[in-house]
Design a protein around this ligand. Structure first.
Ligand SMILES: Nc1ncnc2c1ncn2[C@@H]1O[C@H](COP(=O)(O)OP(=O)(O)OP(=O)(O)O)[C@@H](O)[C@H]1O
Ligand SMILES: [Mg+2]
Length: 356
């Protein structure tokens, strides 16, 4: 388990101070895939660097599995009241793998040498190190590239090497900072599939930091949404995205959905969403609890209203559907009112969209 309680981190520059982490608490149970999303500058990378103490928090505690609770204070780290030194942190870091956006491979070393690198100076014999390196390459599906150099690999393959290297010391936790942000969609999918497989096979706890909603949708079980150094929402990924409480969370949802086109369409006065008389523009949210089938045509018929779908999107999050529809509904006020009541009764959330 990783538990972070109330951590703060402020960067002091010449002419300004930046509160990168402003009282952040998260809890990721063992074996989970925990996503942290947020726009650029939200504090995601700072958070992940504080998890393996590449960066010391100013204040707060970090609890990591067997290593107990480490508290930060005055630029120092303590456990059970005793100060922890850099060299003690090495053992902790060995148990926490990390991968980055730009892979950080050693270009002059072969793929196998890259993977073996963290095993050097651990007292293991070179034959043992080589066997472990080959085993790791098999785990990530790159046995045939052992003697290639990083420059001879695709981006997705490079990230697989980085994953193999990060797992060399059998860590229980893998931190991923924008691990797929430099990859094309296909390579992204294959790296995400590998992470999911490793999560299941090794019971690896994965903390995945990203600004890409698609990554969270694909593999996260829990999610925390960050803004301005704070966690503004967290929980089960389906629950958070089916019932987003904060506007940043909604914006995120829309970044990976055709519904994200709505503000642009409204701004350009597009016919699909143009204001008409006796008409409201609605956003309908269908969750796993919603009665889906033919509801729109049924309501149109029963309530004598016209419903026109402008945009629609269905996601599958953790194997469950989550749908969003932008539709205009046209009719007298009382008929629209009745239609909205039926939507509500069928667990379809409705929100009116204002257009000025
Ligand atoms: N070493 C540093 N020195 C000074 N300021 C920093 C440092 N690292 C981060 N910051 C500032 O802290 C804030 C949070 O940065 P951080 O890198 O954690 O954001 P992020 O959410 O990872 O963003 P991105 O999605 O762009 O990677 C930003 O305002 C950033 O400028
Ligand atoms: Mg970052």
């Amino acid at each position: 388990m990783i538990q972070v309680e109330n951590i703060y981190k402020t960067y002091r520059l010449k002419d300004q101070t930046v509160k990168a982490l402003d009282g952040v608490s998260i809890e990721a149970p063992d074996g989970t895939i925990f996503g942290v999303v947020g726009f650029s500058g939200a504090g995601k990378s700072t958070l992940v660097r504080c998890l393996n103490f590449l960066e010391y928090p100013d204040e707060g505690t970090v609890t990591i599995g067997d290593f107990g609770t480490i508290s930060a204070s005055g630029g120092k780290l303590f456990r059970d009241g005793k100060e922890i030194k850099e060299r003690d942190l090495r053992l902790i870091r060995r148990n926490i793998g990390m991968i980055f956006q730009h892979f950080n491979l050693l270009d002059r070393c072969t793929v196998l040498e890259n993977v073996e690198y963290p095993l050097k100076h651990t007292g293991k014999k070179s034959a043992e190190i080589k066997a472990r390196g080959l085993e790791l390459l098999e785990l990530v599906g790159l046995s045939d590239k052992a003697y290639a150099y990083p420059s001879q690999l695709s981006g997705g393959q490079k990230q697989r090497v980085a994953i193999a290297r990060a797992l060399a010391n059998n860590p229980k936790i893998l931190l991923c900072d924008e691990a797929t942000s430099a990859l094309d969609p296909e390579a992204t999918d294959s790296v995400l599939a590998l992470l999911k497989e490793l999560n299941e096979k090794l019971n690896l706890t994965i903390i995945i930091i990203t600004h890409e909603m698609a990554v969270i949708k694909a593999i996260a079980k829990q999610v925390a949404v960050m803004e301005n150094g704070k966690i503004i929402e967290q929980g089960d990924v389906y629950e958070v995205f089916a019932n987003p409480g904060q506007s940043v969370t909604k914006q995120f949802l829309d970044t990976a959905s055709s519904l994200g086109n709505l503000p642009g369409l409204i701004e350009s006065g597009h016919e699909l969403v143009a204001k008409k008389e006796n008409e409201k523009l609605l956003r309908l949210t269908y969750t796993r609890d919603s009665v889906g089938d033919a509801l729109i045509s049924k309501i149109a018929r029963e309530c004598d209203v016209d419903i026109n779908i402008a945009l629609a999107n269905i996601d599958i999050i953790q194997d469950e559907p989550l749908g969003g529809i932008i539709a205009s509904i046209r009719g007298s006020d009382d008929k629209i009112e009745k239609a909205l009541e039926i939507f509500k009764k069928c667990d379809v959330r409705t929100e009116e969209i204002e257009r000025d």
